[in-house]
Write a protein that binds this ligand. Structure first.
Ligand SMILES: [Zn+2]
Length: 611
């Protein structure tokens, strides 16, 4: 991979990082034979096909094809560039990186700059809140709501002053250009000239990414109304802030969520802050109303069960249901906490205490159950007209069931309640299912990003798998295989790289090899090759024979193609009466009949390509 981190440092980071430990920080792994398996964090699945090999230090998903080593894992998981991933892992493993020059200086530089100015802004807002006169009102507001000094510090809460240039002037004095402040989403260019602060007279909630860096901000108006904009305002999308993939509070909640295997999702920043302070530490907030697929996967990678604790308005919205259905489709158990009408976790915990709130969370209903009970509340089933409308909506909810067992269970219940024939209801449902897409398929759309690999011949795939097993097999291929025999360009690159390792007296090592390539498809191929269970632990003589067979097969196909080509040329030359040239052509193609090791070729025979 493109990098300006010295190779020996990359090597050291790799050695100090155990892939199983690293992956284990994001998802649960279970032992299966020599490997560890878990639910893939990169696609939706309910049975684990994400495989980590402790021995090889590689991962591979048999579902979506994602694969790689410690670097690729964290790059994919946390959306990092290689230098970023290397520095995260270096910090984790206690390795010093001399000086990181990134591969795309402009882009990564900008990201770093934005992180830095975000940190500066967070400190500025925090200072305004706790140590200035104009921040007093905001501080009083928070204290009055029971938020303690420690909590304010922990969440780095702040206050954005009401005048239009408070942060702008401060940051300019620190040498930050307004252009960069705009890129970070902290100031906006004025209509005619100049710049002004985006966040004014707001309580500021820095939004941290998983690694604890400030990615963006959420601001809540201190005094509602007026010309300072909506009650809640987030940072715009920036190179480091993607609202749809972040969860507020996850940096603090992650450990507890993993311990409890359960996460509580709330709506607002203050909900999370209040819950956290009350000792309920497995809580996060989605930054929009509905959960996105990326957020759902983040949650699923940490928790088995997700309980939503939204206020009743939000819980009623269609977008909310869709988000929860997506979450459910990732394999999470989704439950809905039934908060009393008009209350949210913040107000409820302040009024009734943490234990009472936890009681509601622990008695949360399964998503389907909750939806159906909400639906029933809205209709008067003794009216025929309303019964029809009710049944209509009921159908669409039943179609979003996780599986047939769940669907059948609620279908039976509904039939009893409506006092209609169960079979009639079932056939109605079938009709609808044929017509429309099931909700549970929604999350699958994202799989289409995965490019279809052009078909690679099995012999080529098996061969790289064998070559990567040990020096002897790699050497055998070096003696007998010509690169011309290989069709696939990516396989060719891998073969060349393995030969290069062997030529330098090294053992072929997939993990190391991978860092030479940037092409994700090549990385996938390497991982697939070394994790294919059918080719591992073969007795040496079998592995050797298989290697010979593969080379032979590739050779035969190649020779036949060459001969066909040759015959075509000869025919052309005959037609033109150029017999002399035919002789020359035949002489030139003598090499077809001699193999790389000098032994003669006999078409149709196999098995003696065994070095
Ligand atoms: Zn996968």
């Amino acid at each position: 991979m493109a990098q300006s981190i010295p190779e020996n440092v990359v090597e050291e980071i790799r050695e100090r990082t155990d892939l199983v430990d690293l992956v284990g920080e994001y998802l649960k792994l279970e032992r299966r034979g020599k490997n560890m398996v878990g639910l893939c964090p990169f696609h939706n699945e309910k049975t684990p096909s994400f495989t980590v090999s402790p021995e090889k230090q590689l991962f591979h998903c048999f579902g979506c094809g994602a694969s790689g080593n410690v670097f690729s894992f964290i790059m994919k998981m946390d959306n990092l560039s290689f230098p970023e991933a290397a520095s995260v892992l270096a910090r984790r493993g206690g390795v010093k990186i001399p000086e990181v020059k990134s591969s795309s200086p402009d882009k990564d530089d900008l990201k770093e700059k934005i992180y830095r100015i975000n940190k500066l802004a967070a400190r500025f807002y925090a200072y305004c809140l706790t140590s200035t006169d104009y921040g007093k009102k905001a501080l009083e507001y928070l204290l009055k709501r029971g938020i303690k000094g420690d909590t304010i510090e922990q969440f780095m809460l702040g206050y954005a002053p009401a005048d239009w240039t408070g942060f702008l002037k401060f940051a300019q004095k620190k040498g930050v250009s307004p252009d960069l402040m705009v890129k970070a989403g902290l100031v906006s260019p004025g209509k005619e000239r100049g710049y002004y602060d985006r966040f004014r007279n707001r309580i500021m909630f820095p939004i941290f990414d998983i690694s604890g860096k400030v990615a963006g901000f959420g601001g809540r108006l201190l005094i509602e109304g007026g010309k300072d904009g909506p009650k809640y305002l987030n940072s715009p999308e920036t190179p480091v802030f993607d609202k749809g993939s972040m969860l507020y509070g996850l940096n603090l909640a992650r450990e507890e969520i993993r311990r409890e295997k359960k996460a509580v999702v709330m709506e607002g920043y203050t909900d999370v802050v209040t819950a956290f302070q009350a000792g309920i530490k497995n809580t996060v907030a989605s930054l929009g109303t509905a959960l996105t697929t990326t957020q759902a996967r983040h949650l699923r990678s940490q928790a088995d069960t997700v309980v939503t604790a939204y206020d009743s308005d939000l819980a009623g919205e269609a977008a909310t249901w869709r988000g929860l259905t997506i979450l459910q489709s990732t394999g999470c158990r989704v439950q809905v906490a039934d908060l009393p009408e008009g209350s949210d976790p913040d107000s409820y915990i302040r009024a009734k205490g943490a234990d009472s709130f936890l009681n509601i969370v622990n008695n949360a209903n399964p998503l389907m159950e909750y939806r159906l009970s909400q639906l029933k509340k809205r209709y008067n089933l003794s009216s025929d007209k309303e019964r029809v409308e009710y049944t209509e909506e009921l159908m669409s909810i039943l179609l979003s069931a996780v599986n047939d067992i769940e669907q059948n269970y609620y279908l039976k219940k509904a039939a009893e309640e409506l006092n209609v024939d169960e079979e009639a209801l079932r056939s109605e449902l079938k009709k609808r299912r044929r017509g429309g897409r099931r909700y549970k398929d929604v999350g699958k759309e994202e799989l289409s990003w995965q490019q279809k690999k052009d078909e690679i011949r099995p012999a080529e795939k098996i061969l790289i798998s064998l070559m990567l097993q040990n020096k002897e097999l790699a050497q055998q291929s070096r003696n007998l295989l010509q690169l011309d025999y290989i069709d696939d360009l990516r396989v060719k690159e891998i073969v060349k790289a393995v030969w290069d390792q062997v030529a330098h007296g090294q053992r072929p090592e997939a993990d190391k090899l991978m860092n030479r390539f940037e092409d994700q498809q090549i990385i996938n191929l390497i991982t697939e090759a070394v994790t294919d269970p059918s080719l591992q632990d073969l007795p040496p003589h079998i592995a050797k024979r298989m290697t010979g067979d593969c080379i032979n097969q590739l050779y035969q196909v190649w020779v036949k193609r060459q001969q066909k080509e040759l015959q075509k040329r000869i025919k052309e030359l005959e037609l033109q009466g150029l017999d002399e040239q035919i002789d020359e052509l035949l002489r030139k193609h003598q090499h077809l009949l001699v193999r790389k090791d000098g032994s003669p070729y006999r078409l149709g025979e196999g098995g003696d390509f065994n070095g």
